[in-house]
Write a protein that binds this ligand. Structure first.
Ligand SMILES: [Zn+2]
Length: 223
């Protein structure tokens, strides 16, 4: 991670994951890279549409150098891909859905230029293992981590009513906290049944999207 600044030129460098490429004109793309050092960064990738070799692709992990004359400008990326995590994931349909959903949520929910080092590391680890049998569990844990970063931490360790660690069978949609079977008895129809699954998590992800004024990404809708 490097940081160079002078009066009218700014340069940032970090390893990252290419999460979005949008064509801009006939040759260039606007890219979003989830970086280890600076969180989500946006910039132009010159010639990305016509590159013959080292073509930028969503799902690549590499090193991004971002340059701008002024900090407020869109800036330009130089991108050195090291490996393509999406390539392996393509072989598993479920895995690709998780990858697209994670990238959509990062793009929609994380503010630019705010570092999320733990979430970044967890994202890399998840992408590395999306072909495994643990893909669903890894993805669900990733969403739980994302929710924590967004201020919607779920508490699955103890009952919000009595504090017990045993017989935690329910989750409160309102507080995101676990409820034991005994405390849950009067409200069972208002609570989610544990263990967590993608449908229950969607409720909390939706709430985070509402709070940010963004729509749930399509890739998450269809999971
Ligand atoms: Zn209880």
């Amino acid at each position: 991670m490097e940081y160079v600044y002078n009066c009218n030129n700014m340069k940032l460098e970090s390893s990252g994951i290419l999460i979005s490429l949008r064509p801009f004109g006939e040759r260039d793309c606007v890219a979003h890279i989830f970086t280890s050092g600076y969180g989500v960064m946006c910039g132009m990738m010159r010639g990305a549409m016509v590159a013959k070799k080292n073509r930028p692709l969503v799902g690549q992990v590499g090193v991004a150098s971002w340059n701008a004359r002024l900090d407020s400008q869109l800036g330009t990326f130089h991108w050195e891909p090291e490996k393509n995590l999406a390539a392996g994931v393509m072989l598993s349909r479920g895995g690709l859905g998780f990858l697209n959903s994670a990238f959509g949520l990062i793009l929609s929910l994380l503010p630019e230029r705010e570092q999320y080092k733990n979430l970044y590391d967890q994202t890399l680890n998840m992408l590395d293992n999306l072909c495994s049998d643990a893909a669903t569990e890894l993805y669900q844990n990733w969403e739980i981590a994302l929710l924590r970063e967004m201020g919607y931490a779920l508490d699955l360790r103890s009952c919000s009513g009595c504090g017990t660690h045993d017989d935690l069978q329910y989750l409160s949609p309102r507080t995101g906290r676990a409820v034991c079977a005994k405390c849950a008895a009067p409200y069972v129809d208002k609570l989610y049944h544990l263990p967590l699954d993608l449908n229950v998590l969607r409720h909390f992800i939706n709430r985070a999207c509402d709070a940010q004024g963004v729509e749930l990404p399509l890739a998450r809708k269809i999971l």
